[in-house]
Write a protein that binds this ligand. Sequence first.
Ligand code: SAH
Ligand code: SF4
Ligand code: F3S
Length: 469
Amino acid sequence: MELNTIERDDIGAAAEDLVVPPAATRKVFVKTYGCQMNVYDSQRMTDALATDGYVATDAVGEADLVLLNTCHIREKAAEKVYSELGRIRELKAERAKAGREMLVGVAGCVAQAEGAEIIRRSPVVDLVIGPQTYHRLPAVLAKARSGEKIVETDYAVEDKFEHLPQPKRAELIRRGVTAFLTVQEGCDKFCTFCVVPYTRGSEVSRPVAQIVAEAERLADAGVREVTLLGQNVNAWHGRGEDCEEWGLGRLLFRLAEIPGLARLRYTTSHPRDMDDELIAAHRDLPTLMPYLHLPVQSGSDRILKAMNRRHMAKDYLTLIDRIRAARNDIALSGDFIVGFPGETEADFEATMQLVEDVNYASAFSFKYSPRPGTPGAEMNDQVPEAVKDERLQRLQALLLKQQQHFGASLVGRTIDTLIEKPGRQAGQKVGRSPWLQPVIVDEKAGEIGDIIQVRITKTGYNSLFAELA
Ligand code: SAH
Ligand code: SF4
Ligand code: F3S
């Protein structure tokens, strides 16, 4: 989905005049926007910065370095960054008055898409760094500290994952019992609405040995549930330990052998890459959680074609039938776009019908947002905002009804729950159901990291309440 050398900013003091804190006492504030892959990337950037003496802080005003890890998927997501930069400009000016430096960096998909334009629009920014160059962060910062403005957006030729340092075990333990692990990055599918192929580059799969080693480190630090990430995670492929070509299904079987890892998930998948082996993994691998996020975007063949999704609505429905035949308790989730150029009322009705046919456990739906440089933005028959609003409301009402129905169907049932963290209210802990819902239990029900059997007593808006079974 979501960087060159420009003139100085307008903050006043020049970087050379400011006190540069010695290594090991520098603080970094990272703010993450967008998808899970950005969450993972922010962690890896923090790990890279730790080797450069930076400690993470939650207090932006105390930060020697502010990093915004940005998302470009819809206009609103991209614009958030500029309003945040406005606030940071004031903080940076205050710190400069006190003689302290504050470097400001923009990373992620806006960085990749807009590059030097970010510094022109927001001169407070010192460095712009694209997702493929995070391993160069310490070198980029060294230059930025000497007062140079940097834009680093080349697609690196070297494998960034090989060069990114691994976090210390204590840091992994601190991060909790669930973790993300990026196995695939980039996209070659070029859906006509989407910026990801431009911001994340072409599809790259990480090698099996690297993934297995990282999963083993996570398990060794007490992680019980790993979610494999990729913009097209089920397009992942690689040479396995047996020298054969593996797909995601085989990889999941291999990761399931790692002691301690009790739960596996993956996201986000494309319907065209759901192969037999992956479906078999859902049938044969109890470790693989019965929840699948499989975006379809639209239920209209005409719109699917215009979106370049390269399948028809009935292909998706047939696929869902096959997946459900393999694992009948699987809960499905999806993404939808309403108001893609040319979408008629009949096209939208086809989407509503598909939703009725599938019956989702949860889903995300968005108004189409024209993105610069994508074919969709150039199409003539853009749908008026008011029509998009109205369709989104109807679709979301239907999806919400299905989600609530799914939650209600679990009341009275006994299910596994992974206890994840203390609850917001005293006396509670929060766990996670196999279908990703938060499960609120009494704090004495188990320790963090335990997988316990609970009986669902009632549903909340987005969560389940349960007692020890
Ligand atoms: N790789 C995934 C999706 C990644 S983007 C897939 O192929 O399905 C996450 C979601 O954002 C998409 O599924 C889509 O629903 C939404 N999205 C992407 N571009 C958008 C745009 N221009 N306007 C509105 N929603 C968009
Ligand atoms: Fe975007 Fe389509 Fe690639 Fe998904 S498959 S990341 S929607 S271009
Ligand atoms: Fe956004 Fe980039 Fe993810 S555009 S959704 S942060 S890959």
